[in-house]
Design a protein around this ligand. Structure first.
Ligand SMILES: [Zn+2]
Length: 312
């Protein structure tokens, strides 16, 4: 049975809003400075690398087991998320039909809990087999021909999911001109709220004339220019490097590198997922590491929206 991925539930929104209102009042009444977060939040996962055989291991990690543990953690949070996003490299290496069949088994519990799951394409995914396994992810009228993109609206911010898969199992990523044009138009049409853009590949800037192969996004400059020119864009969220970190340069959006759910390339770095709370004027990130002894586990990072939203 293919996983039925639910659309964003209106009921969930109402539920979250009510819970938020109640808890906020309770927090104010008791004088608590920081009530335990009932605000809308999203579960951000990346690089699940699920293979057909659930027992498959790589770099000392059984990816299917890691994903199951992450699903346990998401479901154990005090309030349910608005949705779950897997930011690419959903499949192990080549985006095979059998990989997605196994992935759909791992995600079934989220679906059973009424959670919407959104998946991005990474360089180890393949759109055809992906859509075959997850029929509900395929839009009837694609926003960008040949690319898997969407806009998720939430009460406090809008999320723009982009597709940087260039060629299956080739490391380089690309958005391409038609997608960039769509993204710019979509961002401009939603300038009343903070915007967060989410795609698989990292930005990468090689010196002019460099012979080095691009492992990140070939059109990094065009994307960054488009984001920087729009002050309501607060962050670009990516995966791909399997290296959790958050950075920001002057005048640029935050660059949020999600941890992998699967293996890391550097053993000192955590695997896991990120709880992302979308506030009115800040984004709060909390790493949920699979190794609960990791120094960065459960440490909240508050990213202030310092760039002013442009009017209307
Ligand atoms: Zn990956």
């Amino acid at each position: 049975m293919p996983l039925h991925v639910l659309p964003q539930s209106r009921r969930r929104f109402l539920h979250t809003t009510l819970v938020g209102g109640t808890a906020l009042l309770a927090g104010q009444a008791s004088g608590a400075a920081e009530p335990s977060s009932p605000r809308p939040w999203w579960a951000l996962l990346s690089d699940t690398h699920i293979a057909a055989d659930p027992a498959t291991s790589a770099r000392g990690v059984t990816m299917f087991d890691n994903l199951n543990r992450v699903v346990d953690q998401v479901l154990a949070e005090a309030t349910p998320p608005e949705g779950v996003i897997i930011n690419g490299d959903c499949a192990y290496l080549k985006g095979l039909p059998a990989d997605y069949a196994t992935l759909s088994k791992a995600l079934q519990r989220l679906s059973d809990a009424g959670l919407a799951v959104h998946m991005n394409m990474g360089n180890h995914d393949d759109r055809g087999p992906f859509y075959n396994a997850f029929k509900s992810q395929q839009p009837e009228h694609p926003l960008v021909e040949g690319k898997h993109v969407s806009v998720l609206e939430s009460p406090t911010a809008n999320l723009f999911l982009v597709d940087s898969l260039k060629e299956v199992n080739v490391v380089t990523g690309e958005l391409g001109e038609p997608q960039l044009a769509w993204l710019i138009e979509a961002l401009d049409a939603h300038s009343d709220k903070p915007a967060i853009v989410i795609g698989h590949h990292n930005l990468q800037f090689l010196p002019e004339g460099s012979q080095q192969r691009v492992s990140g996004l070939v059109d990094s400059r065009a994307l960054l220019d488009a984001l920087q020119a729009r002050p309501h864009v607060q962050a670009y969220v990516f995966g791909h490097t399997h290296n959790w970190n958050v950075r920001r340069s002057e005048g640029q959006p935050y660059l949020i590198n999600l941890p992998p759910t699967a293996y890391v390339f550097n053993e000192s770095r955590p695997s896991g997922w990120v709880r992302a709370e979308l506030g009115e004027d800040e984004l709060t990130l909390e790493l949920r590491a699979l190794d609960a002894t990791h120094a960065e586990h459960n440490k909240p990072q508050k990213l202030q929206y310092t760039l002013a939203s442009s009017p209307g």
